[in-house]
Design a protein around this ligand. Structure first.
Ligand SMILES: NC(=O)c1ccc[n+]([C@@H]2O[C@H](COP(=O)([O-])OP(=O)(O)OC[C@H]3O[C@@H](n4cnc5c(N)ncnc54)[C@H](OP(=O)(O)O)[C@@H]3O)[C@@H](O)[C@H]2O)c1
Length: 251
């Protein structure tokens, strides 16, 4: 069958999937939100920017004769994922999610689970700490409610506006990181608490290993809710679905 895929991206996995699809010679477009100033070169043609909600995505699917959608967004990009479920269902276009399995605490991990960003902010209501806040730029303003802490921030792009946090040190780096590097970084900044989204995957896991090795607590932000959909955890699973079962509209 002819395939014309739309991959919702912004992750390493989406890029890897794009490479696998390009290698097969299939037609596909990779969609990015446009949040990062210097996106990595992608193996497929790309489009950048929001679709305009569910209706906008539905129109895009129709106007571009998309045959399959692969949602390979970050597990915290829940709005995009919800929109994809609704638009694909309305347009009767098969949808598959390529998602990372969440991290699970191991022996030695000192995790405090919180449900969302406000939960993480509430958990910081106390005496000054030295916090590694590794959650991306978008959610930083919420932490302005706790200005007593020192924050070590690691961002993909240098901030373009003054930070909402009075005591912060910024490192601009997109990784990948190693546990040894992150351990050294935490020690150098005398970090005593890490705040992390439960992103899953290997790219951001170094800081979790480093925290375990240093015996530091982690405030772990649980994943947002996304409606049920077909889901696989690796590129091979997507390719198998596209080869064999990619016409299934159910969940
Ligand atoms: N959230 C994170 O922690 C995180 C971490 C690493 C990478 N990312 C990546 O950064 C991007 C934005 O994440 P987010 O948390 O801001 O998403 P979000 O809150 O779920 O999405 C907000 C809106 O941004 C647009 N959008 C998001 N992803 C898009 C994509 N791949 N292509 C086109 N439009 C997209 C959509 O706009 P319309 O409604 O107008 O269509 C969506 O409704 C995603 O591509 C995600 O994979 C996110």
């Amino acid at each position: 069958m002819t395939r014309n895929l739309l991959i919702l991206g912004g992750t390493l996995e989406a890029r890897e999937l794009g490479a696998a699809i390009a290698a097969r010679g299939w037609q596909g477009t990779l969609s990015l939100a446009g949040r990062v100033e210097r996106p990595l070169r992608q193996p497929l043609p790309q489009r950048v920017g929001g679709f305009g909600g569910v209706e906008g995505l539905r129109s895009y699917l129709r106007d571009n004769a998309i045959t399959h959608v692969i949602d390979a967004t970050h597990p915290f990009a829940a709005q995009m994922s919800r929109n994809a479920v609704a638009a694909c269902s309305a347009a009767r276009v098969p949808l598959l999610a390529l998602s990372r399995a969440p991290w699970v605490a191991q022996e030695g991990d000192l995790w405090v689970h919180v449900a969302d960003i406000p939960g993480a902010v509430a958990a910081l209501d106390g005496a000054p700490r030295r916090v590694m806040l590794a959650i991306g730029r978008q959610n930083l303003p919420a932490f302005a409610a706790c200005p007593q802490h020192f924050y070590l921030l690691r961002l993909v792009d240098a901030p373009s506006a003054p930070l909402p946090l009075p005591r912060a040190h910024v490192i601009v780096d997109r990784g990948p990181f190693t546990a040894e590097q992150d351990q050294a970084l935490m020690a150098a900044h005398q970090i005593d608490l890490i705040i992390s989204k439960n992103a899953g995957g290997t790219g951001a896991y170094a800081k979790i290993i480093a925290a375990r090795q240093l015996g530091l607590p982690v405030i772990m932000i649980d994943r947002p809710h996304v409606p049920p959909r077909h889901e696989v955890h690796d590129v091979a699973g997507v390719m198998a679905w596209l080869d064999h079962a990619g016409t299934d509209l159910g969940v």
